[in-house]
Design a protein around this ligand. Structure first.
Ligand SMILES: Nc1ncnc2c1ncn2[C@@H]1O[C@H](COP(=O)(O)OP(=O)(O)OP(=O)(O)O)[C@@H](O)[C@H]1O
Length: 251
């Protein structure tokens, strides 16, 4: 299957330092990729570079698209959960339709309603978005990204600040998006959620991709120790892995 995103030797420099260092990545339709790595590993920088929000060198298939086409191809959930205007939550979700000027009102309404339902926002839709809690705002912004109906969804820490049930719901919505032929790349710090829901994990450390593959291979005891400085209990059960960080090592 041809990739929906292809990076070759993608690098981003901040001053003298490469903060993303020669990243090679090929992602196909149907994949739910968990982007992992400790704080400062380069996950946000990589996602922003993929979207053309930061200058980068190397090859990036999205860069070939004009900005309007890129916005239809890839939606982005930024790490910051800021909503500046006191507009109703459903109007924030509707902003996801901006890259679709040729869509009919019915198409727009259907996409907005789907996103509101997927994020369980029916009871919040008329509330001013600025008055919502942190987790509620996060769900509104995820719904905005879903309403964009882009085949590729890049989400920067989508589960941060969400209660456990909301975290699982978001991961299930993303997994369903991938099963329906979309592609999701989400940076995650919860290794258990990543192992349980993602089809593939990409592990970054100091700007480099150091492991890429099935959750069981990427979350090896060696990678947990060397990259995360963690000793953990991982039980790879049939119903899904159970992951428990136990202690910090070698730091
Ligand atoms: N504007 C900037 N100027 C200089 N260095 C920066 C800038 N933005 C980010 N960096 C550095 O780039 C590195 C990668 O940052 P990035 O935000 O991509 O990491 P991350 O993996 O997303 O981390 P986290 O898990 O903490 O969100 C970090 O060392 C960070 O300090």
């Amino acid at each position: 299957m041809s990739p929906v995103l292809q990076l070759s030797s993608l690098s981003v420099r901040r001053g003298e330092c490469p903060v993303v260092d020669r990243a090679d990545l090929s992602v196909a339709a149907g994949e739910f990729v968990g982007l992992l790595g400790p704080n400062g590993a380069g996950k946000t920088t990589l996602m922003r570079a993929i979207l053309g929000l930061l200058p980068s060198s190397g090859e990036n298939s999205l860069r070939a698209l004009r900005p309007e086409a890129r916005a239809r191809h890839a939606a982005f959930l930024p790490q910051e959960r800021e909503i500046a205007w006191p507009m109703p939550a459903e109007d924030v979700v509707a902003l996801g339709r901006m890259p679709h000027p040729a869509a009919t009102p019915a198409q727009n309404r259907a996409a907005i309603e789907r996103a509101i339902a997927e994020m369980g926002l029916e009871g919040l839709r008329h509330r001013p978005a600025t008055e919502l809690s942190g987790g509620e705002k996060a769900r509104v912004l995820i719904a905005r990204a879903l309403a964009q109906e882009a085949p590729v969804l890049l989400a920067d820490e989508p589960t941060a600040g969400l209660d456990p049930a909301a975290q699982i719901s978001v991961m299930e919505v993303f997994a369903a998006h991938a099963r329906a032929g979309g592609t999701v790349i989400a940076s995650l710090h919860d290794l258990g959620l990543a192992a349980r829901h993602c089809t593939r994990l990409v592990l970054m450390a100091r700007g480099r991709i150091v492991a890429d593959g099935a959750p069981r291979d990427v979350l090896s005891p060696e990678n947990l120790a060397e990259v995360f400085h963690l000793r953990a209990h991982v039980d790879w059960r049939d119903e899904g892995p159970i992951f428990q960080p136990l202690s910090v090592i070698g730091r």
